[in-house]
Design a protein around this ligand. Structure first.
Ligand SMILES: Cc1cc2nc3c(=O)[nH]c(=O)nc-3n(C[C@H](O)[C@H](O)[C@H](O)COP(=O)(O)OP(=O)(O)OC[C@H]3O[C@@H](n4cnc5c(N)ncnc54)[C@H](O)[C@@H]3O)c2cc1C
Length: 354
């Protein structure tokens, strides 16, 4: 790797930036789904770029869904109702007020994220509702305000007083455990390209991330990358003949509706067919649908000037493709990947690498 082609949003043009060392630190891929807690930049850019550059990505099927994002249609990304609310006594309930987690796990509402997310997903599928409730009304108002001032203020801003009302919650994609395959120094399979943070797959999160580990991982690996990079910085000789970005023959698009439409369509396909519970049938369906969206978008990309939205759409499509292919390859249920066709662990633990 000798650097990047970067889209300069002020000049509306692509620049060549050469570098001895390049670090991909582009974050997660939550926006492969429409319901996500991730910031809007989480469009899988790093994973998609590295894959297109023939680098390796690993275990892209392991996507963590947070069970309790605030259900508030139209708000994008979703607001997270932290696990601490359940830790503080919060209980999940059906719309009719019944508690249900005891039917899924003896730890009830305190079961791990993946179990709670699957239970909520199942409850929503059974009832046809778009959410379940989180109830913390048994705690004193003063305690709730002291522990959760932001969540209280947010809920109140949309007319929910969590000291008296149940909070409507729904699962949302939260963290990508897979990503760019790196070694213990953050080195990717492409020479002089490192990856760090959520876009990388260090192996640390396995098939199921524990809450709060990702910032620690990013800090440790950023330091290791720095240590390795300062040692090897001068070994990368940059060739003279790296071409400028070639935008001949493209025009400024006035059809941005295609970009928005294809993103929404892809997110719907992923949410419906490649969500918390998967099956071969749904994955194949998603794969077919995605191919159409891919073809259309690539055609559009070749003819039009790049824009942030267009680049992100291509990257979301590429990432979704990797998620589907990885999920299809894993003929077992493990960690965050659950499929009704293979509900048990396989004996051998095998990484999915593309
Ligand atoms: C609501 C929420 C709560 C969380 N709570 C915790 C927690 O308590 N503890 C914990 O450990 N983890 C938590 N996480 C996860 C953690 O925050 C993320 O995994 C972490 O912030 C990712 O850091 P990062 O540096 O990899 O990416 P980010 O912090 O997402 O940074 C990526 C950067 O890359 C830029 N970028 C992206 N694409 C491009 C591109 N194509 N070109 C140029 N720039 C680009 C973005 O603008 C951004 O600045 C939480 C996540 C969410 C969403």
């Amino acid at each position: 790797c000798y650097g990047i082609y970067a889209f300069n949003t002020e000049l509306n043009d692509v620049e060549k930036i050469v570098a001895n060392v390049t670090v991909m630190a582009s974050g997660g891929a939550g926006h492969v789904y429409s319901a996500t807690t991730n910031p809007v930049i989480a469009t899988g850019d790093g994973m998609a770029m590295v894959y297109r550059a023939k680098g390796k990505v690993r275990n892209m099927e392991f996507i963590q869904f947070h069970p309790t994002a605030l259900y508030h249609p139209g708000e994008y990304p979703s607001f997270l109702i932290s696990e601490a609310v359940r830790g503080f006594g919060g209980v999940l309930r059906r719309k009719n007020g019944e508690e249900f987690m005891q039917e899924y796990d003896e730890r009830r509402s305190l079961a791990p994220r993946d179990i709670v997310a699957r239970a909520v997903d199942n409850e929503m599928k059974k009832s046809g509702d778009d959410f379940v409730y989180l109830d913390i009304t048994m705690r004193k108002k003063a305690d709730i305000l002291k522990h959760f001032p932001n969540i209280y203020a947010k809920c109140l801003s949309i007319g929910i007083d969590m000291t008296k009302d149940y909070i409507p919650v729904t699962p949302a994609s939260h963290y990508m455990c897979g990503g760019i395959l790196v070694d213990e120094y953050g080195r990717s399979s492409i020479k002089n390209l490192y990856a760090c943070g959520e876009c990388s797959s260090t192996g640390l999160h396995g098939a199921n991330r524990l809450a709060s580990n990702s910032l620690l991982e990013a800090t440790v690996f950023a330091h290791r990358i720095y240590q390795d990079a300062v040692e090897n910085f001068n070994n990368n000789i940059i060739p003279e003949n790296i071409p400028e970005w070639d935008s001949k023959g493209v025009t400024q698009s006035n059809e941005d509706v295609l970009v928005t439409h294809n993103l929404r369509e892809l997110q719907k396909v992923m949410g419906d067919y490649v969500g918390i519970v998967r099956s071969d049938f749904r994955l194949e369906r998603a794969h077919r649908r995605l191919f159409l969206i891919y073809q259309e978008t690539e055609e559009f990309y070749k003819r039009n000037k790049v824009s942030v939205k267009l680049c992100e759409l291509r990257n979301v499509i590429q990432t979704a493709y990797l998620v589907i292919k990885s999920a299809m390859q894993r003929k077992e249920s493990r960690g965050l990947h659950f499929t009704t066709d293979y509900p048990n662990h396989a004996d051998a633990l095998i990484d999915t690498v593309f």
